[in-house]
Design a binder for this molecule. Sequence first.
Ligand code: TMP
Length: 252
Amino acid sequence: MTTRRKKIYEGKAKILYEGPEPGTLIQYFKDDATAFNAQKKAILEGKGVINNRISEYIMTRLNGIGVQNHFIRRLNLREQLIKEVEIVPLEVVVRNIAAGSIATRLGLTEGQPLPRSIIEFYYKDDKLGDPMVSEEHITAFNWAATQEIDDMMAMALRVNDYLSGLFSGVGITLVDFKVEFGRIYEGDFSRIILADEISPDSCRLWDSATNEKLDKDRFRRDLGNVIESYTEVARRLGIMKEMPTVIQGGVH
Ligand code: TMP
């Protein structure tokens, strides 16, 4: 179905195709999983289907509380229609609990609550391994303007507050997550909206009772049951009741 469309961009986990109308794109979720800047790779059958649904659910809920984002509607198991944006070349990470790179960098114990939610910026460049950057770098190199940084930080914190509550309601702790933003142009003006995806690939999600990891760390750290854990997140959110058959059927 997707072969006759023009491919605009292919990333590690998603492909962007030309959309049906100007200003739209089709975002296709692959089953490919990568970690450590693609040094580790695998195909996790069904991951794309689950992430398409989880990201649809989260983006729709965020739109409902006024966090504007690129999601328009889901088209099928692996694809969603999105607004075309000019991606800001930053990964914006929000952390509530120490884990992953901040634990290593600052010598913190994984699981230690942070004194407050912390926002970090990483420059999106695979060749450089997405280095952490400061607001000084972002404005000096014109990756984003000061007002845009303020908007991204405010939106990232709203996403954090909303998702922390959403997940906590289903027995999941939102440890940290990564979001990306893009610009939409309206005449001479541009506006920052949330883009990319929000899924267990881009969040750390721990079972609140046991601290069991229900996210991509299961793949990064070879903990097994990756798809089962992503499916569990979807199940707790009340979506994808048909998922087990989809996975067994190996729908691509
Ligand atoms: P980190 O602890 O490895 O810096 O990751 C912080 C959060 O960002 C975590 O939820 C995983 C997510 N993340 C991505 O979505 N993509 C990436 O390339 C990296 C490194 C992290």
